[in-house]
Design a protein around this ligand. Structure first.
Ligand code: ATP
Ligand code: MG
Length: 363
């Protein structure tokens, strides 16, 4: 069986460097490897609406921002099907049937959903949490299974969603005695610090919702300002530097390579050497920030330049999404049809159902 790759992003803002190392880099690698029959990248606007129902402008405005980021980092519309979630009605239908296979406590136990709810400051009893938000992992299961995707390149906050998806797949196949649905697995970044890149403020995850991001499209001055404003542990320059919980070093671990050292920080060959020297003392955080800034500017300049080029051709982007969405609709409809067949609710195409009903009332 050839792989089917699927992944999605919520259009709640532009994409950031956490997305880059957590998922986007893996997508480019998988795209270039070419070992797949379908590769679908979805803009998950319906999921974004689960906690932004009153802010449709934000979601609408970010659909193309996300698409621009995709093309800017090198995802290729000739190799990938780009689509918009809300325009694929089969996903909502699948969600409806899957909801019956998941219990309420199971939905509320999802650790990612739990931590997102606590970040959002819904009132203490959770009574402000929209049902759609609590259930978004179920709709994510619909997104994945609709395309029979088996490979999902994501950050590790998505593991609980994939576990939920696998449970639904097993439950569906068992309940309806079928093998229509396919189990999926995550492809996580190779470097574990990229599983969940922390925010500039040191919080556990860089996230659009937490406003602690370096965006792929930030300009040179903004990047520099954000890096300079990163908090560091106050100390005298001669005192030993602390690495644990030091976000500057986490970012260097995620982004800096040996070539960056020879170009911008030739006193050291690699991150291990710099880390040792920093721990001994004598290196100020200003110097580390300068190096980190050099590394980030080198990465983000070409991405920003490509983005500017694509910004000149918005009708082309819309056409790519429109075409991809139509293809995705066909694929999802096909799975929905198989699902309804397996459940026995394709009444009008089911000759046996029709004949049985006739016999039932005529005998
Ligand atoms: P929101 O705050 O609206 O949820 P987000 O920043 O969490 O936005 P998503 O659209 O939810 O972004 O996530 C898209 C993909 O990027 C997912 O695969 C997720 O695992 C990955 N991702 C997001 N943030 C990070 C991060 N800080 N580190 C690694 N991967 C991340
Ligand atoms: Mg998220």
């Amino acid at each position: 069986m050839k792989n089917i790759i699927l992944t999605a992003d919520r259009p709640t803002g532009k994409l950031h460097i956490g997305h880059y190392v957590g998922s986007l880099m893996q997508r480019v690698k998988l795209q270039n490897k070419g070992d797949y029959s379908e590769f679908i990248v979805m803009i998950a606007d319906a999921q974004a609406l689960t906690d932004n129902s009153g802010n449709i402008v934000k979601v609408r405005d970010n659909v193309l921002e996300v698409m621009l980021d995709y093309l800017a980092i090198g995802l290729d519309p000739n190799k990938i099907t780009f689509c918009i979630q809300s325009q694929i009605p089969a996903l909502s239908e699948l969600t409806t049937y899957y909801m019956n296979l998941v219990t309420l406590p199971r939905v509320l136990r999802n650790p990612t959903v739990k931590s997102e709810i606590s970040q959002k400051e819904y009132d203490k009893e959770g009574s402000g949490v929209p049902v759609g938000f609590a259930c978004y992992p179920i709709s994510q299961a619909a997104d994945i299974t609709a395309f029979k995707a088996n490979i999902i390149p994501v950050g590790d906050d998505q593991e609980p969603m994939l576990e939920q998806t696998r449970e639904i797949v097993r439950s569906f196949n068992r309940t309806y005695n079928t093998n229509v649905l396919v189990e999926c697995k995550a492809v996580l970044p190779e470097n574990a610090v990229c599983y969940r890149l922390p925010g500039l403020d040191g919080s556990a995850k860089m996230s659009k919702s937490l406003n602690n991001c370096i965006y792929l499209s930030d300009d040179e001055a903004t990047i520099k300002k954000k890096i300079n404003s990163m908090s560091s542990f106050p100390r005298n320059i001669d005192e030993p530097g602390i690495i644990e919980g030091n976000v500057m070093f986490t970012y260097l671990n995620a982004f800096a390579n040996d070539a960056h050292f020879s170009k911008y920080y030739p006193e050291f060959k690699n991150l291990d050497e710099l880390t040792n020297a920093y721990q001994k003392g004598g290196i100020g955080d200003g110097r580390i920030k300068k190096f980190l800034n050099d590394v980030m500017q080198e990465l983000l300049l070409p991405i920003r330049e490509r983005r500017c080029e694509f910004e000149k051709n918005i009708p082309m982007l819309i056409e790519i999404l429109n075409k991809g969405t139509k293809k995705a609709q066909d694929m999802a409809n096909e799975t929905l049809n198989e699902v309804k067949d397996a459940m026995g609710i394709n009444y009008f195409e089911d000759d046996k159902f029709i004949q049985d009903q006739i016999n039932k009332y005529n005998n």
